[in-house]
Ligand binder design. Structure first.
Ligand SMILES: C[C@H](O)[C@@H](O)CC(=O)C(=O)O
Ligand SMILES: [Mg+2]
Length: 434
């Protein structure tokens, strides 16, 4: 079926989560979870559209919307087929557009916008094929997958031939892992008990509720005063016991030496990883921290801007867990490059999902990663945060601490029309009442 993209519509959608401190951390104490949301309209007789978003936390969403509008002429008028037959070339045409590139390149707002548009395109592609995005990827041949990747700047770490080799060695056993995913789902951890703005009582009661629901792995926000962090980690450890996993997340507030000192003080509570201990751009700083605080591990990625910085983090042994974000880097195509580099360097991928729509996105990426790339669940888990799923047509389904594999066609981020209306900023009723 040949379909043409006829229009791109974008929305600024914001949820007032700062009112309850949901999503709060040491660097972002008052996030309003938000999305620069995209609809790709087409001439499909069935009315097929593609839906994508990039995650933001309030002010600045309008800047992402403007960047998405700047990219729109690169898609409007194109047939889906002309794009999918050479995905890598299409991706490069967006990220290397001769004038827009200057305001990146491949980073910041223009790259967030690229992600929204590229993800909307994958959503459309999957809907046309009648598959969920993970299944669309799983059904592609290794050659087709490699043809989606722009290898510019990463061939010193991963060549197309090596990427092909990784994918090919897993082909024979894909079917078993796909059946396992459909039956058991992908293991997860919860972030929802430990937001920084929650009181000690709330932290305690949310840990209890989460355990009752079957959660076995927990993340706690840290990075306030050491005294507060010690008190809060003690509460979480008391509640979850010595055997359940506890991870901590500082959201970039520390200098390198502060991170080391702080983590040495928290070490008696056995955190499994420290996430974003310092600036996401500081590759060598992460490596220094990783060496100094072993056996505590280092995780990062939600603010890592592109495959080039991920490459350096891998090359420098600077992170033990790779936390891809579905819309920080340039959408599915760039994620494929990062998953394959992670496999080559033997680093488990545990995606970032604390945000609106991120859980919906990353379930597809982790399920694909397991079936086709890593072929392992060891030390791997997907983040889960409990808020705002009710705004999607196909919200994530969690059972017993696992994500159920999504089966509906697309990438799962299509929002309800009433949500787009009520939470539109600044004119939706939620904001007019504020
Ligand atoms: C501002 C976001 O909620 C951020 O704190 C999420 C995050 O760091 C995570 O989920 O990890
Ligand atoms: Mg984080």
């Amino acid at each position: 079926m040949t379909i043409t993209i006829t229009n791109l519509v974008t929305y600024d959608v914001r949820f007032p989560t700062s009112r309850t401190f949901a999503g709060s951390d040491a660097m972002h104490p008052d996030p309003d979870y938000s999305a620069a949301y995209v609809i790709l309209q087409t001439d499909s007789p069935q009315g097929l559209e593609g839906y994508g978003l990039t995650f933001t936390i309030g002010r600045g969403t309008e800047v992402c919307v403007a960047a998405i509008r700047a990219l729109a002429p690169l898609l409007i008028g194109r047939t889906l087929e002309s794009i999918t037959t050479n995905m890598a070339a299409f991706w490069r045409s967006l990220t290397s557009e001769s004038q827009l590139r200057w305001i990146g390149p491949e980073k910041g707002v223009i790259h967030l916008a690229t992600a929204a548009v590229v993800n909307a395109l994958w959503d459309l592609y999957a809907r046309v094929e009648g598959k969920s995005v993970w299944k669309l990827l799983v059904d592609m041949s290794p050659e087709q997958l490699v043809a989606c990747i722009d290898f510019r700047y990463i061939t010193d770490a991963l060549t197309p031939e090596e990427a092909l080799g990784i994918l090919q060695r897993n082909v024979a056993t894909r079917v078993q892992r796909e059946a396992e995913m459909l039956q058991k789902g992908y293991p997860a951890y919860t972030t929802s008990a430990g937001w920084l703005g929650y009181s000690d009582e709330r932290l305690r009661s949310l840990c209890r509720e989460a355990i009752a629901r079957g959660w076995t792995q927990f993340k706690l926000k840290v990075g306030a005063s050491l005294q507060d962090d010690l008190r809060r980690i003690q509460i979480m450890r008391e509640e979850i016991g010595p055997d359940r996993k506890l991870m901590v997340d500082a959201n970039q507030v520390w200098d390198v030496n502060e991170a080391i000192a702080h983590m040495q003080a928290l070490a008696p509570y056995h955190p499994w990883w420290i996430e974003e201990p310092t600036s996401p751009d500081d590759v060598l700083g992460h490596a220094t921290i990783a060496r100094a605080i072993a056996p505590i591990k280092v995780a990062t990625g939600e603010h890592v801007q592109n495959r080039v910085i991920f490459k350096q983090l891998f090359q420098a042994n600077a992170m033990h867990f790779c936390q891809i974000d579905a819309c920080r880097v340039g959408g599915v195509n760039e994620i494929l490059a990062i998953l394959l580099m992670a496999a080559k360097f033997g680093v488990p991928v545990c995606p970032h999902a604390g945000g609106v729509g991120l859980c919906e996105y990353v379930q597809h990426l982790s399920i694909f990663d397991y079936i086709c790339v890593s072929a392992s669940l060891e030390d791997r888990m997907l983040e889960y945060s409990a808020h705002l799923h009710e705004h999607f047509f196909d919200p994530v389904v969690i059972e017993d601490g696992h994500y159920k594999a999504p089966l509906a066609p697309g990438y799962s981020v299509k929002m309800l029309p009433e949500t787009l209306k009520a939470y539109a900023f600044p004119d939706g009723e939620i904001w007019r009442q504020a």
